[in-house]
Design a protein around this ligand. Structure first.
Ligand code: GUN
Length: 292
């Protein structure tokens, strides 16, 4: 059984990005610049955004963090989005989700100029991804594809079960695993209403679990030799930890790991890759790789 080390892979990719950035800067090109909007004080979002800023430093990017209280109105937030759309010194930006309930996430996502939408959440990028056109691909699914590729895990013609149908992970993941140039797999998407979920999983060569339920995938659902990708990052209270919680994946790692051929741990699997792919999207934005 092989542990798929997302932390180490992400460090390698960040070093590759940094090298390319320094080469570009030496040629007189401006450093890639990522901006992030953070609304409110959600603990998870604070951590994610802090790690995004740190990743920018590691990659030699410039970064700008714009913070707002959760009393900001939708109109005010849309004005900030427009300001970033028009700021020529910003190559790409993200609005960290979730947003407070009084703000429509969809309206905010659609207000972002799709050419700067390095999260790949804008309907233009989602649509282009679905039909295999150049675009920003959302970071978590792209990170998983990159892990499968770098670990030389065969996916072509294999049966892949995606657990979860979110816009950010499940749907784009299923699209990419289906497409010839990425997974080239036979894909089944299961969710909370799926009948025969266990039987579907038992047939899978690759299971990608993104449902946000700690320990959901148990050993009796896994075919021996399967590859398991765990996207779950639920905060579970843990009094033995300094911060009072630990991250729990969607997979019962202890009992599933001995059965499978390869598995991503939580933490240290998919998570570090996600931020790394945001950096790759930002580099692509700075180079106008997809949109002129
Ligand atoms: N919230 C959870 N994941 C993400 C992400 O990838 N991007 C943004 N903007 N918000 C998130």
């Amino acid at each position: 059984m092989q542990i798929i080390d997302g932390k180490a892979t992400a460090a390698t990719i960040k070093a590759e990005i940094k090298e390319e950035v320094e080469r570009l800067v030496a040629q007189g090109v401006r450093r890639p610049h990522l901006a992030a909007i953070l609304v409110g004080h959600d603990g998870g979002s604070e951590t994610y955004v802090k790690n995004k800023v740190l990743a920018c430093e590691a990659c030699g990017f410039e970064s700008t963090l714009l913070r707002f209280e959760d009393t900001i109105t939708e109109e005010e937030l849309l004005a900030e989005v427009n300001r970033l759309n028009e700021d020529e010194t910003v190559d790409g930006f993200i609005v960290q989700l979730p947003l407070p309930a009084h703000i429509s996430e969809q309206s905010v996502i659609e207000a972002i100029d799709y050419r700067k939408d390095v999260d790949g959440f804008h309907p233009i990028n989602v649509g282009r991804m679905a039909i295999g056109l150049p675009c920003y691909i959302s970071a978590t699914p792209r990170g998983i594809i990159e892990l499968l590729k770098r670990y030389e895990i065969p996916t072509s013609g294999r049966k892949c079960v995606v657990l979860g149908r979110s816009n950010i992970v499940g749907k784009p993941m299923a699209q990419l695993m289906m497409q010839k140039e990425y997974g080239d797999s036979t894909v089944t998407v299961c969710h909370s209403r799926s009948a025969n979920l266990k039987e579907e999983c038992l047939q899978a060569d690759i299971i990608i679990a993104a449902i946000g339920r700690p320990g959901f995938v148990t050993a009796d659902m896994v075919k021996p030799g399967a590859v398991i990708i765990d996207v779950g990052t639920t905060r579970v209270p843990d009094a033995t930890r300094k911060n009072g919680f630990r991250l729990s994946g969607d997979v019962d790692f202890e009992n599933v790991a001995p059965l499978c051929s390869a598995i991503t741990p939580v933490p240290g699997g998919v998570g570090p890759m996600t931020i790394c792919m945001l950096m790759l999207n930002t580099l692509a934005a700075a180079k106008h790789e997809y949109y002129k």
